[in-house]
Design a protein around this ligand. Structure first.
Ligand SMILES: CC(C)(COP(=O)(O)OP(=O)(O)OC[C@H]1O[C@@H](n2cnc3c(N)ncnc32)[C@H](O)[C@@H]1OP(=O)(O)O)[C@@H](O)C(=O)NCCC(=O)NCCS
Length: 175
């Protein structure tokens, strides 16, 4: 468990109890709920309905998700027993997943998750972070210090998606 960043202490959520912790297997259902709500209610404004269906099919394939998450470090943000968001990163510093529930947007949840994931990757030797950001997430990653290095069109379940390969160089604060 970790102390929340200072920003939370002065935000409208000052009264809420936030914790960042590692994903546990029993979180899978809640993680999938966050993913579904995030794609269908947040990312949906930047993608057509057919893309949303391809991105977040119902019901989700739990076996696929188990396999996808097991190869990564996954951190979740929890508030009062509910999952507010999650992030997945690998040892090379690639941020594979970052989703925040629509009820908890713009309160620093993604910022806190990214900081935790960045520290984890840097401890393992990563010197930069990368991601393939959705149209929706690009402004978040830009303000976090990532820059777009490539515009991509990628296939997923029969639909084509625009995303942005983004990179952020990392240095220890002590450097
Ligand atoms: C992108 C996402 C993870 C951001 O989560 P969040 O917890 O709301 O982000 P934060 O509160 O930490 O945002 C920090 C800053 O990023 C920027 N930011 C975040 N969302 C933004 C948006 N939609 N538009 C513009 N800037 C944004 C702002 O500068 C914000 O600071 P502010 O709220 O003081 O203005 C969330 O919007 C999301 O889950 N989107 C849909 C799913 C998705 O596309 N995931 C990424 C797949 S690659």
């Amino acid at each position: 468990m970790e102390r929340p960043p200072a920003r939370w202490q002065s935000s409208q959520d000052a009264a809420a109890q936030w914790t960042l912790r590692e994903f546990r297997e029993e979180d899978l259902g809640a993680v999938l709920d966050v993913f579904q709500a995030s794609v269908r209610q947040v990312a949906a404004r930047d993608y057509i309905p057919e893309q949303v269906e391809a991105w977040a099919p119902v019901p989700p394939d739990e076996e696929y998700w188990r396999r996808r998450l097991v190869r990564k470090a996954v951190f979740v943000c929890e508030t009062e027993g509910a999952l507010a968001g999650f992030i997945a990163i690998d040892t090379r510093g690639h941020v594979d997943l970052l989703f925040v529930h629509p009820a908890h947007l713009r309160r620093g949840v993604a910022t806190a998750l990214l900081a935790r994931a960045r520290a984890w990757a840097m401890e393992r030797g990563a010197r930069r972070l990368t991601t393939d950001a959705s149209v929706t997430a690009r402004p978040f990653f830009e303000q976090a210090g990532f820059r777009v290095t490539e515009h991509r069109i990628v296939p997923l379940r029969g639909m084509m998606f625009r995303n942005f390969h983004m990179v952020m160089d990392c240095r220890d604060d002590a450097d």
